[in-house]
Design a protein around this ligand. Sequence first.
Ligand code: BTN
Length: 335
Amino acid sequence: MKRRTAGMTAQPGERIIAWLKQAAGEEISSERLCADLGISRAAVWKHIQGLRGQGYRIEAAPRRGYRLCASPDTPLATEVMPLLTTRMIGRHYVFLESVDSTNRQAALQAESGAPEGTVVVADGQTVGRGRMGRAWVSPAGLNAYLSILLMPRVEPARVSTLPLVAGLAVALAIERIAPGLRPLVKWPNDILINGRKACGILCELEAETDRIRRVVCGIGVNLNQTEFSPVLAPLATSLAREAGARVSRAAFVAALLSIFEPLYETWLREGFGSLRQAFLDRHALAAHTVTVEQVGGTVTGRVAGLEAEGALIIEQGDGRRVSILSGDVHITRQA
Ligand code: BTN
């Protein structure tokens, strides 16, 4: 497993890329890089080789220096961090080429003292985790797989609305990156585009009865995948499939993190209520008849609304209304 970590202080590779991008296709001399980074020419060369290994196309011209010819479409720290508008989310950014699950890696990061807002991103996952013990198919090089480490100082019970906040952030990020698309949030934590799933969210909580130790908010978004297995094909989609054009994975991840942070801060300060209308504007279930699988059993009925604090209101066949905090929802009849 290859690891690329970037914290508050930029790593030499990041500084070199920043210089090369600033030069906008012109050469940067090796001397200038040596002076800025305080390292030898051989060390600069080693970092250039490392960057090439990550997919950057960098030309070296004798006596003139280095020139950036192309950047990879990979959500590397060097590509995402310059685009972030956040204060905390993604300021400690861990990119992994191939990993079991970013949620598991984010939990391990937390165990070794990583700060709140740490983001683990992978190019591909070998054991991507879905909800209800399902797997999340995570081919390399195509999509976004990321986990955000959060340590909210709120009652553990409030965490059930955090997936709604993440879902809203994903919908807004899709609207920003692919403006022609109309993503809808399928309560509690899927994003549908034209009725098919483009994103899944898995929030994993580690808490004592009255105190949250951490929440790992894992988000998988199908960005550029256009082929799906026969089982998934009727149910799944991607931004590229719906928009007919590839999207930049780095731009998407940066937009998502930048949008998520202010929503998360609002949620911390004011609860879900302040985000409810934005959620309802993108609500995939309004007035549909659904079946909700919960730990304690199944509820069937028409979706009649959303409580101020995010619970789904279901009107059952006999007119009785129940409010549901979490569960796996299946649409059984469209409104
Ligand atoms: C679901 O709809 O079942 C939730 C899927 C969540 C997938 C993401 S991909 C990034 C993060 N790491 C994981 O192992 N799972 C989540």
